[in-house]
Ligand binder design. Structure first.
Ligand SMILES: Cc1ncc(COP(=O)(O)O)c(C=O)c1O
Length: 377
């Protein structure tokens, strides 16, 4: 990737991902680590992250969409891939031909997936997702056993796993997680009683894996932590050994010396309180830098110093106040990452925007080129 061609780019340190995966796999103990690479690997690049994670000890992958699984298969990745929600019936044939692990939970979807598998002469691997309290998707606890028996009765399906997902594992003081663990453990006990326990029963996302919340996990479906980002502010201290893999860069494309009282950007919403050097960076909200970041104290590093974003972020460009610094066209700016002794994390920006680090990295658009560092085979 030639960063001379586009003065805004992402760098992804695959060595950092490998270190994070190795550390998390060790912490997961007997559980396997399946790296969650949905949404283009949380904006980092699904195929590159998948290769790095599998090379560092992950034994499977999780995605959200059938087409995300297909992209990994096209890249010759043969590891197990779990799609974590039901998919439209039009995707069933591709899923079966790709030999992915389907998540199922509705009676009708189970039957139609089984029918497609039977027509193709394929036995489809299935993980049943149980809704123990998140209330997003999954079979209600009360019908979990019925769904298990249904899957077991269909010869074109193989019940390979049963799992659940926590709603609040990233909030240590939330009391729902213990209740979810209990409800899931009850389901697992019933599976044991009927000798229906599949190869994998699993629960943990990053927060649950880091907090070792449930003994009932054969797989840790770890996402955000492999990218070196804490799942929440509350878990920052537990994530201190993780290394952020993504940094967001730009080069100064224009420099102005403006007098006190001048306004900057659309609407001229702020006036400079004193004369300043204003640097323009060719990156904007179409690249994933939110328009309102100027209003909530958004900053950029130039020359190792924090420079506030001044005026609204525009579609393709934003302006920063460099004070009296000597800034030149071509100077290197960091929007996420470290420069000198300063650093800006995805979670720092997330706090300002009242969101989570996940949204910041996933929001970096496809228009920004990704440069990969330090991939180890
Ligand atoms: C079912 C499921 N498992 C695991 C994950 C990974 O979560 P995290 O990135 O918090 O580790 C997700 C992500 O949302 C998910 O939906």
């Amino acid at each position: 990737m030639n960063t001379d061609n586009r003065w805004a780019w992402v760098e992804v340190d695959l060595g950092a991902i490998q270190k994070n995966v190795a550390l998390l796999a060790k912490q997961a103990g007997k559980a396997q680590l399946w790296a969650t690479v949905k949404a283009n690997g949380y904006g980092h690049g699904a195929v590159q992250v998948a290769h790095a994670a599998l090379g560092a000890g992950a034994t499977g992958l999780c995605v959200a969409l059938a087409d995300e699984a297909h992209e990994l298969r096209q890249a010759k990745i043969t590891a197990p891939i779990l799609i974590v929600s039901e998919q439209p019936a039009t995707q069933f044939e591709q899923m079966l031909r790709d030999d992915v692990v389907a998540t199922l939970y509705n009676e009708s979807t189970i039957n139609s997936y089984a029918k497609t598998a039977s027509d193709l002469g394929i036995v489809g691997k299935v993980h049943l997702k149980v809704d123990t309290g998140m209330h997003r998707v999954g079979a209600p606890v009360a019908s979990a056993m019925t769904r298990c028996r249904q899957i077991k009765s269909l010869v074109s399906l193989q019940l390979d796993g049963v799992y659940t997902h926590f709603a609040a594992a990233d909030l240590p003081n939330h009391d729902e997680t213990a209740k979810q663990v209990q409800r899931f453990d009850n389901v697992v006990a019933e599976l044991d009683q009927e000798s229906l326990r599949p190869k994998y029963v699993h629960t943990s996302n990053s927060a649950a894996a880091m907090r070792v919340l449930s003994a009932t996990t054969d797989i840790a479906r770890v996402g955000i932590a492999i990218y070196g980002i804490a799942p929440s502010g509350e878990l920052e201290s537990m994530a201190k050994d993780l290394q952020p893999a993504l940094s967001l860069h730009a080069r100064v494309s224009h420099v102005q010396h403006l007098a006190s009282g001048e306004g900057v950007s659309y609407g001229l919403r702020t006036k400079l309180s004193q004369a300043a050097t204003i640097a323009t960076l060719p990156i904007g909200y179409a690249d994933g830098v939110q328009r309102r970041l100027w209003k909530v104290g958004g900053e950029v590093l130039i020359g190792g110093k924090r420079c506030p974003i001044v005026g609204v972020v525009t579609m393709d460009q934003l302006m920063v106040n460099c004070g009296d610094a000597d800034v030149q066209i071509g100077d290197h700016a960091i929007l996420i990452g470290a420069q000198g002794s300063q650093s800006i994390s995805a979670n720092e920006i997330a706090v300002k925007l009242e969101t989570i680090g996940y949204e910041i990295v996933c929001g970096i658009s496809a228009r920004i080129p990704r440069k990969y560092l330090d991939a180890k085979k």
